[in-house]
Write a protein that binds this ligand. Sequence first.
Ligand SMILES: Nc1ncnc2c1ncn2[C@@H]1O[C@H](COP(=O)(O)OP(=O)(O)OP(=O)(O)O)[C@@H](O)[C@H]1O
Ligand SMILES: [Mg+2]
Length: 303
Amino acid sequence: MDQASGLRMRMEKGKEGMFRKGPSPAVPEKRRGHGDVRVIAVTSGKGGVGKTNLVANLACLLSRMKKKVLLLDGDTGLANIDVVLGLSPRYNLSHVLREECTLSETLIEGPGGFLILPSSSGIQEMSDLTREQKLVILEELNHLEMDVDYLLIDTAAGIAGNVMYFNLAAREIIVVASPEPTSLTDAYALIKVLHQRQGKKRFRLVVNMVQNAAEGAEVFGRLSHATEHFLHLSIEYLGHIVRDDCLPKAVKQQKAAAELYPQAPAVKCMERIAYKINKERPDCSLNGSISFFWKQDIVQSGR
Ligand SMILES: Nc1ncnc2c1ncn2[C@@H]1O[C@H](COP(=O)(O)OP(=O)(O)OP(=O)(O)O)[C@@H](O)[C@H]1O
Ligand SMILES: [Mg+2]
């Protein structure tokens, strides 16, 4: 059987749940209902603005707050969550799509006990997943017998297919930008595409690599002015992260900065962001199984 027909068979198996108006029966009872899984994509228009560092540390900080976190490396072409955290996964998403293992067999533990679903690096097909592959990933996620509070997704940068897919799949989107004008124009472009073409309405901004809180607020002001003026869309400010050597230093040591330098200024900023996220009540209308609502969106959008 070739890969495409294998994927189709697996999709057929899950199809019934995909279109049912209610939580999929594959989802364990404890994961159903209000306030269950918060699916948050961390994304950016421009690359290198600090998404992977933010998401790895958020996962670590939220686990410290006794939350059950699953971190999905959605940078499927150039995955590096495992490298940043010094882990060596045996399997990753590409093995799942080749049917060499199940999704749960790919999971590895990160600092503080959160789980990571690693992806591959340097496999060209993985940088542009087919629609079938995307649906299989969702189907496999839906069958994970796990109790999860947060599913965090580290996306690639830009507005290409996979980035759109993971942002469309997530119910909450955190856009990361730096004060550089190119990062802001790219963040604006990403928000514009997600809003106008995919109907996304809620965006929260983290401004990374700033000198201080005032610079973060000023950068947020510029972007929110543009989205309000041109898109008639209000975005929310989640906070700033100061430029701090502790982050590249932690990457070099392949550990989370939150673990190595808990008192560092950038870690304190990320701690405030984690508290803010965790304090919010998730939008109850958006809950259900990990993936049920995503699928509806993705099936409807034809992506
Ligand atoms: N607040 C900060 N202060 C100093 N350096 C930072 C900060 N945030 C991130 N960095 C550094 O910037 C670089 C890029 O970070 P990271 O890999 O997290 O970005 P990214 O947005 O995930 O990139 P990509 O788009 O390539 O996936 C890394 O070397 C990281 O250590
Ligand atoms: Mg990254």
